[in-house]
Design a protein around this ligand. Structure first.
Ligand SMILES: Cc1cc2nc3c(=O)[nH]c(=O)nc-3n(C[C@H](O)[C@H](O)[C@H](O)COP(=O)(O)OP(=O)(O)OC[C@H]3O[C@@H](n4cnc5c(N)ncnc54)[C@H](O)[C@@H]3O)c2cc1C
Length: 394
């Protein structure tokens, strides 16, 4: 009975749409249920390592992604207190030669649109917006999901790609909320003309300070400028309004380099989010239901790899389902086996780098000295497990 039904994907983010495209390429009918009134992404920047191009190549979107994105000349880490350079990773020809693909920065909306348009072109993909899923029933031979407005949809399998606050995960694993790490993030985009003099606008910059950091880079071929600022919360910001956050940020960043302060002054403090992740787990499936992306393994953003992992998951899961030939237990078990250690390493290395960025006192000096000693060959060797791409079944 279930074989005539589509595969249901809950969540039309990067992970859900990639899974839908990859499944459709294998001849599967897919229905994507998105809770928001329309399919779309939050309007900020995102960075992608070269590893993600192994997926874009396979689903035929490499050229469209490249046209929508830019390649920075380098990733630079600065000491946010005195403005000195701690380390740099060149992201030009040498990185492309070593890892075959570029490192890119792109507006989330533009990347999401590339995936969305490809879904719209594919007759095997049905997109349902305004379909906030409440829960599912696994009948053994099929799965039914219910939406908040009372509709129900049947599918042969259910993929929960519904992000860090996944309801699918809550029902499937019942393992509580993500773990907040005590930090708060603010994101802002401004026209590039508004960037203060003295700020380098053609690179990805990370300014690391004790208990805070700021990242910035250009978007849309140098017309926009993306800023993310993060700080460790204290009781003073509990009030939660913009004035309280402004006061808190000014206090936390009081010893920062003048360039950092000039960037902080540009932030839109209404757009904020608590930062968190989850401890890695090995299993993300039961019966006919499986998780991917942030629903399965949310990570801190310090390696800039959460969306990359969601996209890799989407392709890998589709490959496993195709290779399983109707045996979903085998397919989901293989998917977990192929993905759990890689995604857990992203989570754990991201936590380590988070600590490096925000360290204080002598720890900070040690970490920065170690970073500064790394040459390009060392850096590429450390990143090879990640940027060389992932194992799949094809
Ligand atoms: C400040 C910051 C910076 C980051 N920078 C980077 C970066 O540079 N590079 C990188 O790779 N990653 C980055 N990330 C991580 C990245 O944003 C996430 O890992 C990625 O978006 C996860 O994709 P996803 O498809 O799993 O989930 P999401 O993008 O969260 O998509 C989930 C979708 O499901 C929908 N949904 C939720 N609940 C339901 C429901 N019940 N029913 C139906 N639909 C539902 C949502 O509306 C959404 O569309 C960053 C994260 C943060 C916070």
């Amino acid at each position: 009975m279930s074989s005539n039904l589509p595969i249901l994907v809950v969540g039309g983010g990067f992970g859900g749409l990639t899974a839908a495209l990859a499944l459709a390429r294998d001849g599967q009918q897919v229905r994507v249920l998105e809770g928001a009134p329309s399919f779309g992404a939050i309007g900020y920047g995102i960075q992608f390592g070269p590893n993600v191009f192994h997926v874009f190549d396979r689903i035929g979107l490499r050229h469209e992604v490249l046209a929508a994105s830019d390649a920075p000349s380098a990733l630079l880490m600065f000491d946010a207190l005195n403005g000195t350079e701690v380390t740099r990773i060149r992201t030009g020809a040498s990185l492309r030669d070593r890892f075959k693909y570029p490192y890119i920065i792109v507006h989330r909306v533009d990347l999401h649109n590339v995936l969305l348009e490809a879904c719209r072109r594919d007759p095997l993909v049905t997109l349902e917006a305004d379909a906030m899923v409440n829960g599912f029933v696994d009948h053994g031979d099929r799965v039914t999901v219910k939406t908040e407005d009372g509709r129900s949809f049947d599918g042969t399998l259910l993929i929960g790609a519904d992000g860090i606050r996944s309801r699918t995960r809550a029902q499937l694993l019942n393992d509580g909320e993500p773990l907040p790490n005590g930090y708060m993030g603010f994101r802002t985009i401004v026209p590039i003309e508004q960037v203060p003099a003295g700020v380098q606008t053609d690179i990805v910059a990370l300014w690391a300070g004790p208990g805070f950091h700021i990242v910035h880079y250009p978007l849309r071929h140098g017309t926009l400028f993306n800023i993310v600022a993060v700080f460790r919360r204290t009781a003073n910001s509990e009030r939660g309004d913009s004035a309280a956050y402004r006061a808190e940020l000014e206090h936390v960043y009081r010893n920062a380099h003048p360039t950092v302060k000039s960037l902080i002054a540009m932030l839109d403090l209404k757009r904020r989010q608590a930062i968190g992740d989850r401890d890695p787990v090995r299993h993300w499936h039961k019966g006919r239901v499986v998780l991917l992306g942030d629903a399965a393994h949310p990570t801190l953003q310090s390696l800039a790899q959460g969306a990359c992992m969601a996209i890799e998951d989407g392709l890998c899961l589709a490959d496993c389902i195709a290779a399983g030939n109707g045996d979903h237990e085998a397919a989901f078990g293989r998917f977990e086996k192929l993905r759990s250690v890689r995604t857990a390493r992203v989570t754990l290395e991201s936590r380590y780098i988070w600590d490096v960025y925000h360290a204080e006192g002598i720890n900070r000096e040690v970490y920065f000295q170690m970073m500064g000693e790394r040459g390009e060959a060392d850096t590429f060797r450390c990143l090879a497990w990640l940027y060389d791409g992932f194992a799949s079944t094809k």
